[in-house]
Design a protein around this ligand. Sequence first.
Ligand code: FES
Length: 267
Amino acid sequence: MSEPSTGGRTRDFASVLAEVKPEAERLLAEYPQRRSALLPILRAFQNVEGWLSPEAMSVCAAMVGEPLSVVESTASFYTLFYRRPIGKYMLQPCRNLSCTLRGAEPIMAHFRERLGVEHLQTTDDGLFSYEEVECLAACDRAPCMQVNLEFVFDLTADKVDAILAAMREGRYEVAALPQSAVPAKSWLVTQAPAKRSPGALRVASPDAPGGMGDRSGAQMVERLVEDPYPVVVRPTRERLVTDGAALLANDRDLAAVARDVRPDGAS
Ligand code: FES
């Protein structure tokens, strides 16, 4: 399996953590159980970084007192979380039935031509990421799309041109995402054909930024085999990987952890 690479961080995680921490502490105080704050804390990190970095997920695990695997499996369940660096505008036209019947295919072709990218790719300037997605539950306003998770309805080719022009000129109504790392050209995960069922060919998941096909699970096993010290075995629960706690407790550990959890998932 090949992995997309990134150009690395453009913002130090220590400054990200300093910005998110007060909001995370406020959220933790709102819930009787710390784990209930998991989703809003993940969202708080994504709002600051533009994506969910491995460091953010490690820290979040420590904050809510859950294993990193719980955080990763929660984040990967929701396509609303981006687990790879993406462009400042995430463009997601719907390609499902109602939108297709209402002209989604020529609109998607228009997007690809105007952007010069394909499905699951980011433009060279890092401004746009493009993904054709399944039903957005707005079939009554088909064809539709989401821009940074905000809906745009009744798409036409002219509307697409106007949206892209407004984004390039920095006057689009939906705010651009922050970028704490340089996005890779593509986040398509190439899988061995023999391991891929025919039904999975060319679908958004497992190649979606929040989808399966990521090697984070294998990465965690490798990390534990290399260095089992961060694991605390709890009597009735899953093992707790505590490396995120180090990030929280002592900023001097940031560099060491950042080496272990690089944005491109490479070991
Ligand atoms: S088919 Fe596009 S929103 Fe439902």
